[in-house]
Write a protein that binds this ligand. Structure first.
Ligand SMILES: Cc1cc2nc3c(=O)[nH]c(=O)nc-3n(C[C@H](O)[C@H](O)[C@H](O)COP(=O)(O)OP(=O)(O)OC[C@H]3O[C@@H](n4cnc5c(N)ncnc54)[C@H](O)[C@@H]3O)c2cc1C
Length: 386
């Protein structure tokens, strides 16, 4: 039996390639895009031709045809270099491309997936509304069928990639059926009449990623752009988030590892009270706790990615992975700032950016509180001891 973190030769080669790419092309501009809140268009233009915008998409749909674990490894490596670029990649792949592949008709897959997987177009996912975040079932955006089209009315908030995406996968209510059974999913193109991008968010972290509102004012969506059946949108989006949450875990490992490595290097070179920081017991305890958190988080990411790839149930595991990895990463980056002292608080060093970036991972794709609800519900529903 091999260890959870064992990789095939192909996965290891892929990891090395993406690490090299991230080191050369992504890391050098990470601080600048954060500082200026600038979307890294040039990086995405380089990632597309290398297949990095369609890693887990089968080759027949224009993707790289790699497995889900390879994609998670890529997210970790990109996040190590730049959290903003990783979030852009994650929203595009996990939340926009993969649901079309999973729930789309053959025609929808043919029409949208190759452009997304090759990076010719960028994707985005619209679930959250100003009055429907954690309670995503409270969606107010409506879609009314008129002949061969639906007319959408409403808006979505905090949409990653909104200002740059061409293809949006969104939810809207098509009926007042009880619970979430009136919610449907649609593929909306930027050019559809009545579609607009609204206010851009000015964020604490991940400032090189784009987050904005999207608006539907009598937005006309062809009936064939319904994704899945009417009333199944919420269910499809929750399944999409199961996958997205593993990606958040991978990003958490990447960002936290970057902070950890910076803190380690600092602890080995900084002298206090006549000895290197790393030789003081208090620092060693921090380093040990950080190493434990990183190792356990990565095991969860790898294990849950394999589960999803194999088609095994993984809603609880994805929530556990996201919750544990994001909260661990928050602690790791906080301790990294602490190890650097005043320098940790300064923009001269990268750890403050990691600390700011990582906070989103406890919020996006379901807050920690929501993950705890998902996990406890699943545990309590179990029939009894195995
Ligand atoms: C940078 C960024 C990018 C994002 N990208 C996207 C995107 O691409 N697409 C998209 O659709 N959304 C996106 N979001 C939205 C994100 O998913 C939501 O912000 C998140 O789900 C929380 O919703 P909310 O902000 O409305 O908070 P609320 O739901 O109002 O929650 C506020 C607080 O209340 C807590 N809370 C809520 N319900 C309960 C409960 N039952 N019990 C206890 N506590 C509870 C929450 O955990 C939180 O702490 C993004 C957000 C950010 C910040």
């Amino acid at each position: 039996m091999s260890a959870v973190t064992d990789l095939t030769e192909e996965q290891a080669l892929f990891r090395d390639m993406i690490r090299e790419f991230a080191r050369k092309e992504i890391a050098p501009i990470a601080a600048e895009i954060d500082e200026s809140s600038r979307f890294p268009t040039e990086t995405l233009e380089k990632m597309g031709p290398l297949g990095l915008l369609g890693i887990p998409v089968p080759q027949e749909h224009g993707g790289a045809g790699a497995d889900l674990l390879s994609y998670m490894i890529a997210l970790e490596q990109v996040a190590y270099a730049c959290g903003s670029t990783a979030l852009t990649l994650a929203a595009h792949t996990s939340l926009a491309t993969l649901p079309i592949l999973a729930f789309g008709t053959e025609e929808q897959k043919r029409r949208y997936v190759p452009d997304l997987a090759s990076g010719r177009k960028l994707g985005a996912f619209g679930l959250t509304e100003s009055q429907a975040g954690s309670d995503a079932g409270a969606t107010r955006t409506r879609a009314v069928r008129r002949g061969d089209r639906y007319v959408l009315q409403g808006s979505k908030a905090f949409i990653t990639n909104a200002s740059h995406a061409s293809t949006f996968v969104v939810t809207a209510k098509t009926s007042d059926a009880p619970g979430t059974r009136g919610i449907s999913a649609f593929i909306v193109e930027r050019g559809f009449p009545g579609f607009a991008v609204g206010k851009k968010e000015d964020k604490l972290g991940l400032r090189g990623s784009d987050t904005a509102e999207i608006l539907f004012q009598d937005c006309e969506v062809p009936a064939e752009n319904l994704l899945g059946k009417e009333g199944e949108g919420f269910k499809h989006f929750m399944r999409t988030l199961d996958g997205g949450r593993i990606g958040i875990g991978a990003m958490a490992v990447g960002i936290a590892r970057a902070a950890f490595d910076a803190a380690l290097a600092y602890a080995k070179s900084r002298q206090v009270f006549g000895a290197f920081l790393a030789s003081h017991g208090a620092t060693q305890e921090k380093i040990a706790d950080m190493a434990v958190a990183l190792h356990a988080s990565r095991l969860l990411v790898y294990d849950t990615a394999r589960r999803r790839q194999e088609g095994r149930p993984h809603t609880r595991e994805a929530a556990i992975t996201k919750l544990f990895a994001s909260e661990s990463a928050y602690r790791v980056t906080k301790e990294a700032v602490q190890i650097l002292g005043g320098n940790g608080y300064s923009r001269e060093y990268p750890v403050e950016r990691c600390f700011r970036d990582v906070k989103l991972l406890e919020i996006g794709e379901g807050t920690s509180e929501i993950q705890r609800i998902v996990i406890s519900r699943s545990v309590l529903e179990e029939p009894g001891p195995a």
